[in-house]
Design a protein around this ligand. Structure first.
Ligand code: ATP
Ligand code: MG
Length: 391
């Protein structure tokens, strides 16, 4: 018997002729993610990936934790790899059932079998029945419950056979790097990290851009964004964070533009700069955490005016979500606790008392003409600091 890890993937299977490309990408991402934990062999067979440690004392828990964050993976199990021999299947199933009873004091179980190897003489239901009966004979007080068992013994009978009791869900999606690159406008709030995660999940590599208004926003606000980027990097392997000095631009806007247009103009300039950075890093789209109707700058009119300043597609994966739904995802992916730390965002520092909720593009452009936009944007891009964040 050998302890190994079984990885299942989903949507990639539908990829037709391109499927091997996606599979190779996934395998390469898996190798990169766990290589620090020790030597393993990674094998692909029948729409599954098997990870076999080739050294003693492999840290399975850490490996599984990392694997569950890799996009493209649907679920992960730690399994016992055994020979496809019915005596072995029975005895290891019993072994695992004993372990489950010993650890959790479980009282009911069932056996679920998948037979991929059609040369094996017994069919799946028959295997489940016989293995179940064998376990019952050998563990007093244990009962079968096929509806709501306290544990399940899973059996897979293939070239080799596999015995396990847990299927740990992962996030699905597509392997990172299989769908190009986009630039995420990352604030310190709840929404934008979730938006970035959602697009990364579809296989899109992410670079983050943060607008920083020192000294109006503190060093702490910057640290928070670095921390959020680290959390994103725990899913993406590495994320470059571009920190754009934004104070000068905001002071100019405050001085030269009508107060009630301040926010929308600021949002447009953010988009402009993000697009410049995106072109530089060869990204093809922008991502924001905007959501229809959430604040004045996210009315449908404001979104249209903001959008009009860029040519690239802008992905807004949260556009139709309620705050509660976004918070649920933020909790699940681990960004929530960091996002709710108190901080000042550049948008909250320079904010009008009554921002326009129905801006008109023409009027906004007229106001922007009072600014030397080219020069301001060039200078901001020039002074941008890039941090390479990886886990
Ligand atoms: P979030 O929770 O992501 O901060 P929000 O609901 O607070 O979003 P806004 O402050 O209006 O909404 O920002 C809308 C979007 O603009 C954000 O989701 C983010 O993509 C981008 N954004 C806002 N502030 C910044 C910033 N300082 N740096 C980079 N992007 C920003
Ligand atoms: Mg915000």
């Amino acid at each position: 018997m050998k302890k190994i890890i079984l990885v299942r993937y989903g949507e990639i299977i539908l990829k037709g002729l391109n499927r091997p490309v996606f599979e190779e990408k996934l395998i390469s991402n898996i190798k990169k993610s766990i290589y620090t934990l020790g030597k393993v062999e990674v094998l692909k067979s029948q729409a599954r990936i098997y990870i076999e440690p080739t050294q003693e004392d492999y840290d399975f828990d850490s490996a599984i934790e990392k694997l569950r964050k890799i996009f493209g993976i649907v679920s992960v199990s730690q399994v016992w790899k055994i020979e496809t021999d019915f005596e072995q299947i029975k005895s290891y199933s019993l072994e695992l059932a004993k372990e489950m009873v010993r650890i959790n004091g479980n009282k009911t179980f069932k056996v679920e079998t998948k037979r991929g190897n059609k040369r094996f003489p017994m069919e799946s239901p028959e295997i489940s029945r016989e293995v179940g009966a064998y376990i019952l004979e050998n563990i007093p007080d244990l009962n079968v419950d096929v509806i709501k068992p306290s544990f399940i013994i899973y059996l897979e009978v293939r070239e080799n056979s596999y015995v396990y009791s847990k299927i740990l869900p992962a996030n699905g999606g597509m392997p990172l790097g299989s769908n190009g690159k986009a630039v995420l406008l990352l604030s310190g709030g709840i929404d934008s990290p979730v938006a970035g995660w959602m697009i990364a999940k579809r296989g899109v590599e992410i670079e983050a851009v943060h607008f920083y208004s020192y000294p109006y926003t503190s060093e702490r606000a910057k640290d928070k964004v670095i921390e959020l980027t680290k959390i994103l990097a725990s899913y993406c392997g590495k994320v470059n964070l571009h920190i754009v000095p934004f104070t000068e631009i905001q002071l100019e806007i405050r001085e030269k533009c009508p107060e009630d247009q301040m926010t929308i103009i600021m949002r447009r300039i953010m988009m402009m700069i993000a697009e410049r950075i995106a072109k530089k890093v060869e990204a093809l789209a922008l991502i924001t955490g905007e959501c229809v109707g959430q604040v004045a700058s996210q009315t449908i009119q404001s979104l249209a005016v903001t959008n009009a300043v860029v040519e690239m597609p802008v992905f807004r994966p949260l556009i139709g979500m309620d705050k509660n739904e976004v918070i649920d995802i933020a909790r699940k992916i681990g960004t929530f606790e960091t996002s709710i730390l108190p901080y000042e965002d550049c948008c909250t520092v320079f904010v009008a008392k009554h921002p326009k909720t129905k801006p008109q593009l023409q009027k906004i452009i007229e106001s922007e003409n009072h600014l030397d936009l080219e020069k301001l944007v060039d200078a901001a891009v020039e002074q941008t600091e890039v941090m390479h964040i990886r886990v």
